[in-house]
Write a protein that binds this ligand. Structure first.
Ligand code: BGP
Length: 489
């Protein structure tokens, strides 16, 4: 198993899940600031700012905004080569449509990048990680409107110019394919900043499972986002030809539940809908006949794909394919098959795999399989795994130690699988684990769903002093990085 020299070991965070300081230094509301938490069985709730007593997890999060120096120092101690963060769009353009960016917001990220570079950590930046300025949702329902294209390109260009000598690796939209997860309500709001009118105008909190979307509008919104991404990629290369810009796909492996040919066909379609609908357009810069047939089957009118937009897509393919990998699921035509009980996952349950406490199936071989599949589909595009990790309850012992062997047991075979995939011929540039410091869960809004090597004393009732402490996995990952993936014991 041979990880190449210069392989980027590190971790990944999202601004809305770690920063807090939700109205500081000119920042205004963004999408996650409107959401309350849920849990494994309860979807999150959209709740306009009328409930004074409610706990909004993103408002304080784990206060990375004021702790970034201490946090980056700890990550550096683990030997991080890369830190993926997102820029909170509403810190730079608080309403999305200002003429000039907010200098205090820009300065904050200058400080973060300088702090990373001080320790030799290469930053990677996601421009939009579910964090659209709320005002854009209210004004034009996010990417339902083409106004969002201009607003995003302006924001992206501001960042590319400002940080052109500090940041080389960029992702346009986090998990862009989540837009199509409309059946669990969360997708179009997180992915596109689109919310059903009834929810927006409701005078009571609305749970995600009550959201109903018009799929024609969702596919149009997603198309607008492809166009925005392609325009940003083009602008980025004009500003600095060395930039590496990636798409970002909510990844995983999808298998047929059985070898019945109907299941095989259903899984093939599931993989296209789940991953490649977005991946193909962003890597190849075009829709294919397969896309058009798929839209037709779904009853979607494809006339939003204009000649002018086709040209834009052609001029802005990404330089690398990046994805998150946590889990896998199965596809079947059998309506009675058991479903995975995980939040954010709707597939059929794989009887050979164990699950986390949130029902996410644990499948390291699936990671190798998916890396190989992507290499076959996009042979000339390097790959980056930008999220992988294990959300779990942690127990703090009396002496303050945290023995998270279950987390190490999750990482070990995944890192091994990644090494095997490299030996299979996959061109993998790096690996950033999700939430190296405990942060707010995107799916449930919980703090109890912890991913970190570093524990944060913050809880779902809002209590906690935010103190940071090392878990057992801290020293383990440090050893993995120091040995370039060889020492996994
Ligand atoms: C991805 C998101 C992240 C993240 C992660 C884990 O979907 O890009 O923002 O949170 O999944 O999910 P969760 O926080 O729901 O456990």
């Amino acid at each position: 198993m041979s990880f190449p020299e210069g392989f980027y070991w590190g971790g990944a965070l999202a601004a809305n899940q770690c920063e807090g300081a939700y109205l500081e230094d000119g920042k205004e509301l963004s999408v996650p600031d409107m959401l309350l938490g849920g849990d494994v069985n309860t979807p999150r709730t959209f709740c306009p700012q009328t409930v004074e007593t409610a706990f909004y997890p993103s408002h304080e999060a784990v206060d990375f905004y004021h702790n970034y120096k201490e946090d980056i120092k700890l990550l550096a101690e683990m030997g991080f080569k890369m830190l993926r963060i997102s820029i909170n769009w509403a810190r730079i353009y608080p309403k999305g449509n200002e003429e000039e960016p907010n200098e205090a917001g820009l300065q904050f990220y200058d400080n973060v990048f300088d702090e990373c570079r001080k320790y030799g950590i290469e930053p990677m930046v996601t421009l939009s990680h579910y964090e659209m300025p709320w005002d854009m949702v209210v004004r034009h329902n996010g990417f339902e409107s083409r106004e969002a294209i201009d607003e995003f390109v302006k924001y992206a260009t501001t960042c590319f110019k400002r940080y052109k000598d500090k940041v080389k690796y960029w992702l346009t939209f986090n998990e862009i394919n989540i837009a199509l997860f409309a059946e669990i309500g969360i997708g179009p709001l997180y992915g596109l900043g689109m919310i059903p009118k009834e929810a927006l105008e409701s005078d009571r909190p609305v749970r995600f499972d009550e959201f109903k979307y018009d799929m024609q509008k969702v596919f149009e919104g997603l198309h607008n986002e492809f166009v925005a991404s392609a325009l940003a990629v083009k602008a980025a290369h004009e500003i600095n030809p060395d930039f590496m810009i990636g798409n970002m796909i909510a990844g995983g492996a999808k298998y047929p539940l059985t070898c019945h040919p109907k299941d095989i066909l259903a899984a093939q379609e599931g993989v296209f809908e789940g991953f490649d609908y977005c991946g193909d357009v962003m890597v190849r810069g075009e829709y294919s006949p397969q896309h058009l047939a798929f839209l037709k089957k779904k009853g979607i009118d494809p006339s939003f794909i204009t000649e002018e937009d086709k040209q834009i897509l052609k001029e802005g393919p990404v330089d690398m394919y990046t994805f998150s990998y946590y889990s896998s699921d199965c596809v079947t035509t059998n309506p009675d098959a058991e479903k995975t009980d995980g939040n954010m996952s709707t597939g059929a349950k794989n009887p050979y795999l164990k699950a986390s406490d949130w029902g996410w199936l644990i499948d390291p071989d699936g990671m190798r399989w998916e890396l190989n599949r992507l290499t076959g589909r996009y042979p000339h595009t390097p790959i980056f795994i930008v999220e992988n990790g294990f959300g779990a309850f942690d127990t703090v012992e009396e002496d303050g130690s945290i023995h998270d062997t279950y987390r190490i047991d999750y990482f070990r075979p995944h890192i091994k699988a990644m090494g095997e995939a490299i030996d299979d011929g996959v061109n993998l540039l790096g690996y950033t684990t999700w939430g190296p410091i405990d942060i707010v869960s995107a799916g449930t809004g919980q703090l109890a769903k912890r991913y970190g090597f570093i524990y944060v004393d913050k809880h779902d009732d809002g209590s906690g002093d935010m103190a940071r402490s090392k878990k057992d996995s801290f020293d383990w990952y440090k050893k993995v990085i120091a040995s370039n993936g060889e020492d996994l014991d």
